[in-house]
Design a protein around this ligand. Structure first.
Ligand SMILES: *[C@@H]1O[C@H](CO)[C@@H](O)[C@H](O)[C@H]1NC(C)=O
Ligand SMILES: *[C@@H]1O[C@H](CO)[C@@H](O)[C@H](O)[C@H]1NC(C)=O
Ligand SMILES: *[C@@H]1O[C@H](CO)[C@@H](O)[C@H](O)[C@H]1NC(C)=O
Ligand SMILES: *[C@@H]1O[C@H](CO)[C@@H](O)[C@H](O)[C@H]1NC(C)=O
Ligand SMILES: *[C@@H]1O[C@H](CO)[C@@H](O)[C@H](O)[C@H]1NC(C)=O
Ligand SMILES: *[C@@H]1O[C@H](CO)[C@@H](O)[C@H](O)[C@H]1NC(C)=O
Length: 462
């Protein structure tokens, strides 16, 4: 999964929460439904069937029972049958827009990580990587420094290619001037994805081949937009319109806080929103994303023949972290990829070809700025909160420690995972835990790819 900065993560999280709910519903409910059928006498076990009566089994059964509502008919309302108990016991925290088993688990893990990261550095006991994680955490917790630095760290990124932000050009000084001639879409997309874990337009990742599950393969998919769902861009309901208005104003104000001319920001960000609406129109909707139509295996040379406007091989080579996937170092045109949404990519490059480069640059850099707002001073965060109140109903900012744990986790995921396992599991259980987390990770990624076709749209939205 992509480790992303906080607003991106938040969006991912709201999607992830819906998906986590999916994981939860499918897992819990499969078991819950069996329990239900058994309790109704609809399934009878063989008399010799052994019941699991160990304390773990009883605890697990009780945990499942506490989440389902047995007085609701699952055929009437599956969601309430499966989730009532959970919803009753776990009100949505104020700083979150939705909640489920996954965030709940996360929160508990985050609290434990906080304690670990706050322990003083020991040059003797801590590995270099752990020391790095603790230093990163401490620097993130240094709110005075962040307040004092204010826009400086971000502006220093925005002064350099490929992240010069056209909307700022008249106010950032000659060294930050954006140049159309020097703008490279491949370079900008690859840097966003590679260095900032921000997937814009294209989601490139490595995962198991759906049909040969022990083989890993590159996959290309559509990426998410700034707002959570494509309907937010397309529908004409009062709600969707309010989201778009709030979003536009949020982009404009953020640019102005960073020094843009207000009227320039207004017109530039209007174009950015229009571009996102066009992308939303061509995104393949949920109901059309079935595993069969998304399995389009081809080599990179065939992909390039199908969509010649983009340097696919160049992009992939720039993005792939060859330290993680050394076998992909000599990737060439014969490499196979699964193109999950061919029609989307065809339409995408038709749109991008006809779009002004300045708008593309404004949009790409907006996405980078958006993902880093959380590492900026309070005035940016409060502006975000105002936006989030409209979109998610969020009323308070996450505590700083929570953001910093997220930050360290996304910057150094392996280190943090290791610290956690090391501190909370005994030697003999570690291996099992590693397997388990790996399993969960893959199951989760699998869910992200949306294979749960059985859920109806109403339940999915929840
Ligand atoms: C379970 O469903 C019943 C009937 O709809 C409802 O009265 C009750 O409040 C629900 N229980 C929980 C825990 O939500
Ligand atoms: C966040 O901001 C602080 C203070 O400006 C800086 O030292 C730190 O490197 C930044 N972290 C990231 C991940 O950008
Ligand atoms: C929303 O309104 C716009 C502009 O009036 C129109 O082009 C579009 O088709 C409408 N969308 C829906 C889903 O009705
Ligand atoms: C912003 O730009 C417009 C047009 O380029 C100009 O008329 C206006 O004075 C500028 N505003 C500020 C505050 O610089
Ligand atoms: C989704 O699938 C339906 C039914 O096959 C089709 O009519 C529609 O055009 C598809 N929409 C998109 C955006 O692919
Ligand atoms: C890509 O696949 C096609 C069709 O299977 C094949 O003809 C072609 O030689 C392959 N290209 C490369 C560079 O391997």
């Amino acid at each position: 999964m992509e480790g992303e900065m906080v607003p991106e993560a938040r969006r991912a999280a709201s999607k992830a929460t819906r998906i986590a709910l999916g994981v939860f519903v499918s897992g819990t409910v499969a078991l819950g439904a069996v329990l239900f059928l058994v309790s109704q006498g609809l399934i009878k076990f063989h008399p010799k069937q052994q019941y699991c009566l160990t304390s773990e089994c009883i605890e697990a059964a009780a945990a499942i029972l506490s989440k389902i509502n047995q007085s609701v008919d699952p055929c009437e309302n599956f969601y309430r049958f499966a989730c009532d108990g959970w919803i009753y016991n776990h009100p949505i925290p104020e700083d979150m827009s939705n909640y489920g088993v996954y965030p709940w688990l996360r929160h508990n893990v985050d609290l434990k990580l906080k304690a670990l990261l706050e322990r003083p550095i020991s040059k003797r006991r801590d590995s270099e990587a752990v020391q790095k994680a603790k230093i990163l955490y401490a620097s993130c917790m240094n709110e005075n420094k962040i307040e004092k630095a204010d826009v400086k760290p971000l502006l220093s990124i925005l002064r350099h290619s490929p992240f010069r932000w056209p909307v700022l050009e008249s106010n950032i000084g000659p060294e930050g001037q954006w140049s159309e001639r020097r703008f490279s879409l491949v370079q900008a997309l690859a840097t966003l994805r590679g260095q900032y874990s921000n997937s814009v337009f294209i989601r490139l990742y490595v995962a198991a081949d759906d049909k040969i599950s022990n083989r890993y393969i590159l996959k290309l998919d559509q990426a998410s937009l700034s707002l959570a769902s494509r309907e937010d861009y397309l529908e004409n309901t009062t709600e969707a319109k309010a989201y778009r208005d709030a979003f536009l104003q949020f982009m404009v104000d953020t640019a102005v806080l960073l020094g843009a001319n207000a009227s320039r920001a207004e017109s530039d960000m209007k174009s950015v929103l229009k571009l996102e609406v066009k992308i939303a129109e061509i995104m393949i909707p949920y109901e059309n994303r079935t595993s069969e139509v998304m399995y389009n295996k081809m080599n990179i040379s065939e992909l390039s023949a199908m969509i010649p406007q983009f340097d696919w091989l160049g992009y992939i080579k720039k993005v792939i972290d060859t330290r993680l996937y050394p076998e992909l170092k000599d990737i060439g045109p014969s490499e196979n990829v699964i193109v999950r949404v061919p029609q989307y990519f065809k339409d995408l490059f038709r749109i991008l070809e006809n779009e002004r480069k300045k708008t593309l640059a404004n949009y790409l850099v907006w996405r980078m700025v958006y993902s880093r707002l959380f590492n900026l001073s309070r005035r940016f965060q409060y502006r975000w909160l105002e936006f989030s109140r409209v979109i998610h109903g969020t009323t308070t900012l996450l505590p700083q420690w929570d953001k910093c744990v997220d930050l360290v986790e996304s910057a150094l995921p392996y280190v943090v995972g290791k610290m956690f396992v090391h501190a909370h599991f005994q030697e003999d259980k570690k291996e099992m835990m590693e397997e388990l987390t790996e399993g969960i990770r893959w199951a989760f990624i699998d869910m992200l790819e949306k294979e749960n076709d059985w859920m109806d749209a109403e339940t999915k939205r929840k």
